[in-house]
Design a protein around this ligand. Structure first.
Ligand SMILES: *Cc1c(COP(=O)(O)O)cnc(C)c1O
Length: 400
């Protein structure tokens, strides 16, 4: 995979619609006819490659998007789902059952954390939450029951970086499946290249990029995706988090500009992070030399896509953070909203929003402070102009 370029891989896919259209036709059926009864039986038994049986299992439109996402991540195949959580939960439930154990990063998406902490124990699945940047701590948490090592490439909201190659070595040594949520770093990082086994995305964020839908994907081997979709025992098939065909066609069209968007998000975020840090603000961005994982992240990325569009600044207190969020929104610098990957900048205070599932004392322990603001930097054309306007807001509130 040395010459692997995820955007070139997507570019190399060719589609022809039913009538020769440059976009594939959108499949508008929940069920499919069979010319012979025998083919129907074989399809339900999983023996008929290329036959569709029912759209909860797969549909032509979803398979097109699966193919594009598998090309991006360098996996054999993929399975799209109705949301990111709709990819994460079936994947983990397929890998683990009662009595099994997961070692997970403690700084993960709030919904994933809540699932592992509060919901998975109801199925008899326990999780140890660890500081994923300390490989010795990760390895020490592994028990004979551990089946899965789980992390985010760049964590939400603290932008900690997982050393995927290092984690992969540990996973292989202990026969674990390394599952990586790559939502914050599509194109920039290709986890499979670094030894991950399964890569997950919330398509809701950068990949779709227009904040008009939720969606998710699991990118993995054909064998694992077949198991997820198995009519008798597949967690995706049986729990039913299926993406609608209309939506998958729409997400695929947005994906065609992903490489351009990621480059611009990265350029703009790096620009602001460098200036805010120089101005004396406590700024966290993996592209800054001051970031604790800067070197390792620089060695992990496909460099042309940069260090991504996410950054945080700490403005000292929740009151100041809230005042700044409201002021920036009133100046049309972006939206006070959760989520990420939109064309406009989105900002929020994660301690009271997306990470509120995490108890306050645990937030403090992991360095999630009250005054922390998370930015998903937008596609602004003139980022110097944006910088000047943001700086003026900070000066008005005596933050700078
Ligand atoms: C948003 C997000 C999810 C959940 O995705 P949904 O599409 O909202 O279900 C999972 N992981 C990360 C890192 C996210 O940012």
């Amino acid at each position: 995979m040395n010459n692997f370029n995820p955007a070139d891989n997507i570019q190399d896919l060719q589609y022809f619609g039913e009538f020769g259209g440059v976009n594939p036709s959108i499949s508008d059926s929940s069920t499919y006819t069979f010319l012979s009864a025998k083919t129907m039986f074989d399809t339900f038994e999983g023996n008929m490659e290329g036959c569709y049986l029912y759209s909860r299992h797969s549909s032509p439109s979803n398979l097109y998007l699966d193919k594009a996402l598998a090309a991006m991540e360098g996996t054999e195949t993929a399975n799209v789902s109705a949301s990111g959580m709709g990819a994460i939960t079936p994947t983990l439930l397929q890998l683990c059952g009662a009595g099994d154990h997961i070692v997970s990063s403690r700084t993960i998406y709030g919904g994933t954390y809540a699932f592992l902490k509060n919901f998975a124990p109801r199925m008899g699945i326990k999780t140890a939450f660890v500081d994923i940047t300390k490989l010795d701590v990760v390895e020490a948490a592994i028990t004979p029951e551990t089946k899965v090592l789980y992390c985010e490439t760049v964590s939400n909201p603290l932008l900690e970086v997982a050393d995927i190659a290092g984690l992969s070595k540990i996973a292989k040594k202990h026969n674990l499946t390394l599952v990586v949520d790559n939502t914050f770093s599509p194109l920039s990082v290709t986890p499979i290249k670094l030894g991950a086994d399964i890569v997950i995305h919330s398509l809701t964020k950068y990949i779709n990029g227009s904040s008009d839908t939720v969606g998710g994907v699991t990118c993995a081997s054909q064998e694992f995706i077949n198991s997820l979709k198995d009519v008798n025992s597949g967690a995706s098939m049986l729990l039913g988090p299926t993406m609608d065909s209309m939506r998958s066609a729409s997400v695929m069209k947005n994906m065609r500009t992903l490489h351009l968007r990621i480059k611009q998000h990265s350029y703009n975020a790096a620009y602001l992070a460098e200036r805010f840090e120089k101005d004396g603000l406590k700024t966290v961005y993996p592209g800054l030399a001051s970031h604790p994982s800067h070197k390792i992240y620089a060695s992990m990325i496909n460099p042309e896509y940069g260090f991504g569009g996410m950054m945080t600044v700490d403005v000292g207190s929740l009151a100041k953070a809230n005042a700044l969020l409201e002021l920036m929104q009133s100046k049309n610098l972006g939206y006070l909203a959760v989520s990420l990957g939109f064309y406009k900048t989105l900002f929020s205070a994660p301690g009271t929003s997306t990470s509120s599932e995490i108890p306050l004392e645990e937030q403090a322990e992991m360095g999630l402070t009250d005054g922390l603001i998370r930015f998903s930097i937008g596609l602004d054309n003139d980022i110097e102009r944006t910088y000047q306007m943001m700086k003026a807001c900070m000066q008005e509130l005596s933050i700078l």
